[in-house]
Write a protein that binds this ligand. Structure first.
Ligand SMILES: Nc1nc2c(ncn2[C@@H]2O[C@H](COP(=O)(O)OP(=O)(O)OP(=O)(O)O)[C@@H](O)[C@H]2O)c(=O)[nH]1
Length: 391
């Protein structure tokens, strides 16, 4: 079937696109308000789709609606839409709104378009619009790709950011068309084959864009759930199960000659703190303990909460002497740290038990049990000390 390239087709297509954007906007709004799924990002995407629908609807009224509305406002709304997209994209991957760079492009573009005559030859307006749109789209694509690259495989990051790159290229195509073929009718209501093809690709872009966003939100939710199942909600260190998994993995490497050590940590007289200052103060003390201990360990070490006021650190490729150094550094830092609760100072100390994995240890539990017994020995010796069991 040959589609005749008439302006009627352009108007029909444009109407279809406006409707699709409006439906997508409603979908994201429901996601944000009703389902509370990634509400900030979903609200942003509802706004992106609504702005694009409004921009195109105003555009289709050229010749009927007031001039400033169907020209300047329509163009500025489309740039604002991609500005919002640029701002919310990072929140899908990293959690920070990038609104500064979006505003830095939107405001000058809006001012420049306001100063242009919007009559006769309007190629300058078209170029400003598509240069802004393709830049914002490219910024979103690059930002998404860079952020995803640190978290997922190369193939996955290309797959998820790819649609944004395609959209940037299509928008850039529109700009290049107006530069290379200045005689062409560059308006999206025009009757040229290029224009009709571009409108079809716009419809496809819309679907691809919204599907990609849905995937990114889903991926973000999965990451959040994975994090929740592996971390202790109070202190944000690994929970008992995640730490046990890490220790078991390290224990499997012991057979290949890779040593490891454990440091068992138990806060001293924690019950007394709870009874004197209250449970909320106890919680804050546990968070303070983690804050003090975290800088004492390397990136490869794993700090986890076994339960209550008991913590454990897995130290890969470390022997008992290395574990003693780390534990002593932790003990001293905690002793010297300050814990204030509602203006009242409370001394924080802990008892430490260390153990090195030995070839005879049939499972990680044997090492854990040695570190635990060493920690009880530290308690018995008056607390606030580091202990190992005698060989
Ligand atoms: N605030 C708070 N308290 C907790 C939490 N988990 C366990 N506890 C409390 O921690 C206290 C542990 O007390 P004990 O096991 O007697 O230990 P301790 O008072 O530190 O005594 P030593 O270990 O011998 O120095 C109990 O009162 C628990 O109720 C928690 O998540 N938050």
């Amino acid at each position: 079937m040959i589609i005749a390239s008439t302006p009627t087709h352009a108007v029909t297509l444009l109407t279809a696109i406006v409707l699709v954007f409006a439906v997508a906007s409603l979908f994201w709004w429901v996601m944000a308000q009703g389902a509370r799924l990634a509400p900030r990002a979903s609200m942003g995407l509802a706004l992106v789709n609504a702005l694009l629908a409004a921009s195109l609807a105003l555009h289709s009224l050229r010749g009927e609606a007031p001039h400033w509305m169907s020209y300047w406002a329509s163009d500025v709304l489309s740039i604002a839409a991609l500005g919002v997209l640029r701002a919310v994209m990072p929140t899908l991957v990293r959690g920070r709104l990038a609104w500064r760079s979006a505003l830095a492009l939107l405001l000058p573009a809006a001012a420049l378009l306001g100063a242009l005559p919007y009559s006769g030859d309007m190629r300058t307006e078209t170029r400003v619009v598509f240069a802004s749109l393709s830049t914002l789209s490219l910024m979103s694509a690059l930002d998404t790709w860079r952020a995803l690259r640190q978290r997922v495989s190369l193939a996955m990051s290309l797959l998820l950011s790819g649609p944004l790159f395609v959209i940037s290229v299509l928008l850039l195509g529109r700009l290049i068309e107006s530069l290379v073929l200045p005689g062409n009718n560059t308006d999206i209501l025009g009757s040229g084959d290029f224009n009709i093809a571009w409108l079809w690709s716009m419809l496809a872009m819309n679907l691809v864009l919204n599907t990609t966003m849905a995937f990114l939100i889903l991926a973000k939710l999965i990451r959040r759930i994975q994090r929740l199942t592996r971390h202790d909600p109070l202190t944000d260190v690994l929970n008992r199960r995640a730490l046990s998994e890490a220790i078991d993995t390290e224990h499997a490497r012991l057979q290949r000659g890779k040593p490891y050590a454990l440091v068992m940590i138990d806060m001293d007289r924690f019950k007394q703190l709870n009874d004197s200052l209250g449970h909320a103060a106890g919680d804050a003390a546990l968070q303070r303990l983690v804050e003090v201990l975290k800088p004492c360990v390397r990136e490869v070490d794993a700090l986890g909460r076994l339960g209550g006021e008991e913590f454990c650190v897995l130290l890969p490729l470390t022997d008992i002497a290395g574990a003693a150094l780390v534990a002593e550094r932790m003990r001293l830092n905690l002793e010297e740290s300050e814990f204030l609760w509602q203006g009242q100072s409370w001394p924080l100390t802990a008892s430490f038990g260390i153990a090195e994995a030995e070839p005879g240890d049939i499972s990680a539990d044997a090492v854990l049990s040695r570190a635990d017994r060493a920690m009880y020995r530290a308690k018995a010796q008056g607390r606030n000390v580091v202990q190992a069991l005698d060989a």
